[in-house]
Write a protein that binds this ligand. Structure first.
Ligand SMILES: Nc1nc2c(ncn2[C@@H]2O[C@H](COP(=O)(O)OP(=O)(O)OP(=O)(O)O)[C@@H](O)[C@H]2O)c(=O)[nH]1
Ligand SMILES: [Mg+2]
Length: 487
């Protein structure tokens, strides 16, 4: 009923004792009727319309043995629906349906309004799919992360639906029954958005939206949305728009193709397809213009860096998983006020600051520039990598990297792997990296010992509490010596 948006449902049972119809099949007279409707959640079934308490009058049809027919109201205590006692046809006909439906509408409306009080937040139903080759831990980490992403985008995860499958269903990612469960749950909790913990094919999104009835977005879309909200500088906005269009384009194309292949049918001919084609071309044009602008940006940044090289100022880029504490560290080391917050992708635009490192016995104090840049995440969407090449070049062009790790995060080991994979995949090999473990103020002794054992060369700090800064400065100076004058 919820899926089909039905106000009420009437169910008729037959006597089975009717005339013989040619070809067989059930015939008979109406024996009993049932009236069912949904009730607002959180309410007990409290609709007492007169007839529900009426006794069922014994009539002739009762003689027929029909064990499957229940004679008492069906137990619906804990369900968001109510089914009447068995009614005969006259009783049913006496119902004022309009009155019933209008009353229900009013109640649903009141409840809906109550839930809309803080309506500027997306109310999200999260869907997680655990496939083969995925450990339970990976799966739960992934769910925790997408929940954080949704929150960073300004949404609120109301509930999570999980499914285990050997691999995603080609049409709908999850199975048919699960799609129904999602649809019902979304209505029950008044979600206005369904978010999947993975990326979806254009056709999958389309199928899911048709069946579920509300907007469905995938992981990349959530990340792109955060980026779009964070973009402040014109550079940032430019790159985000490019990423969003590059993500949208194949989706439009896919749609056009699917429609042309059908080759007929109402709604698939004529203007529909032409319009899509036009849209596609407009977007493609805009993408190529944005790409040119990004190229100009690359050239501009190149000149800036050349200037730096000209003055022989060594550069270090802080890289790391999102929320590792990169901006906090830059602020502490260089006395700056870059925006740092407990959000994923708080930083979008690179910030470069000067920093003087302590001299050693053999050398003068060393002046360098330190760059804080956008955080990484596992499975960084390809559209983002491409669009953000100007920003990411800050990383590949630095003389050395400071790889900051949030040691208080349960998944710190896999976060290190993700960052290293992204660095390895970069078109230009980045300089040498120093692994620095952050947030040691929030870490237990066992974790600390494990990290020391696995990364004996690493530095341990707390950017928030200012712990370990002296050794960090020393080690940074050594790193630069090594990067610039390797033996
Ligand atoms: N307990 C603890 N929290 C820290 C420490 N350093 C940073 N944080 C917190 O971690 C959160 C993220 O810090 P940011 O500096 O914004 O992290 P980031 O790496 O720049 O994150 P993005 O720009 O979002 O990728 C903030 O809430 C910081 O207060 C630390 O040493 N200890
Ligand atoms: Mg930051």
């Amino acid at each position: 009923m919820a899926i089909q948006r039905l106000d009420a449902l009437v169910w008729l049972t037959l006597t089975g004792g009717g005339f013989q119809r040619r070809g067989g099949g059930a015939t008979g007279y109406i024996q009993e009727t049932y009236l069912a409707h949904l009730i607002p959640q959180g309410d007990q079934p409290n609709f007492e319309f007169s007839v529900l308490s009426a006794q069922l009058e014994p009539d002739a049809t009762d003689e027929i043995e029909e064990p499957s027919i229940q004679k008492s109201p069906i137990q619906t205590q804990n369900f968001p629906w109510k089914i009447s006692e068995p009614l005969n046809l006259d009783e049913l006909a006496d119902q004022d349906f309009l009155d019933l439906v209008e009353g229900l509408e009013a109640e649903f409306e009141a409840e809906f309004v109550a839930k809309q009080v803080d309506a500027d937040q997306d109310k999200v139903l999260l869907v997680g799919v655990m496939t083969q080759h995925m450990t339970q831990l990976d799966f739960e980490d992934g769910l925790a992360e997408i929940t954080r992403l949704v929150e960073s985008a300004g949404g609120q995860v109301l509930q999570t639906v999980r499914q285990k499958r050997s691999r995603p269903h080609p049409q709908t990612v999850v199975g048919e029954g699960k799609v129904q469960e999602i649809s019902l749950t979304a209505q029950t909790i008044s979600a206005n958005l369904v978010v999947f913990d993975r990326d979806l094919a254009p056709a999958q999104i389309r199928n899911l939206e048709t069946q579920i009835g509300i907007r469905v977005v995938d992981r990349t879309e959530v990340i792109l949305d955060i980026f779009a909200q964070r973009a402040r500088s014109s550079e940032g906005k430019l790159q985000v728009e490019l990423a969003q269009l590059e993500y949208a384009l194949p989706r439009l194309t896919g749609r056009g193709q699917a429609m042309s292949r059908q080759g007929g049918g109402i709604g698939t001919r004529g203007p529909g397809e032409t319009k899509l084609e036009t849209e596609r071309r407009t977007i493609a044009k805009r993408i190529s213009r944005l790409q040119q602008e990004v190229n100009q940006l690359l050239a501009h940044r190149f000149r800036l860096r050349q200037n730096r090289h000209h003055h022989e100022v060594p550069s270090v880029a802080i890289v790391g998983y999102t929320n590792a504490g990169k901006s906090t560290l830059l602020n502490l080391l260089t006395n700056s006020e870059v925006y740092a917050a407990d959000q994923l992708f708080a930083t979008l635009d690179p910030t470069t600051r000067r920093l003087t490192l302590p001299g050693t016995v053999t050398r003068e104090p060393l002046s360098i520039v330190l760059t804080d840049t956008v955080g990484f995440i596992r499975e960084l969407p390809p559209a983002l990598i491409d669009a953000f090449r100007a920003t990411l070049e800050e990383v590949t062009d630095a003389d050395a990297l400071l790889h900051l790790v949030d040691l208080s995060h349960p998944a710190w080991q896999s976060q290190i792997r993700s960052v290293m994979n992204i660095l390895t995949d970069m078109p230009v090999t980045p300089g040498p990296a120093l692994v620095v473990f952050n947030k040691i103020d929030a870490v237990d002794g066992d974790t600390l010992a494990l990290a020391r054992e696995e990364f004996p060369q690493a530095v341990f700090i707390s950017a928030a509490k200012g712990l370990g800064m002296e050794s960090l400065r020393d080690r940074l100076a050594q790193l630069i010596q090594y990067a610039l004058y390797p033996r």
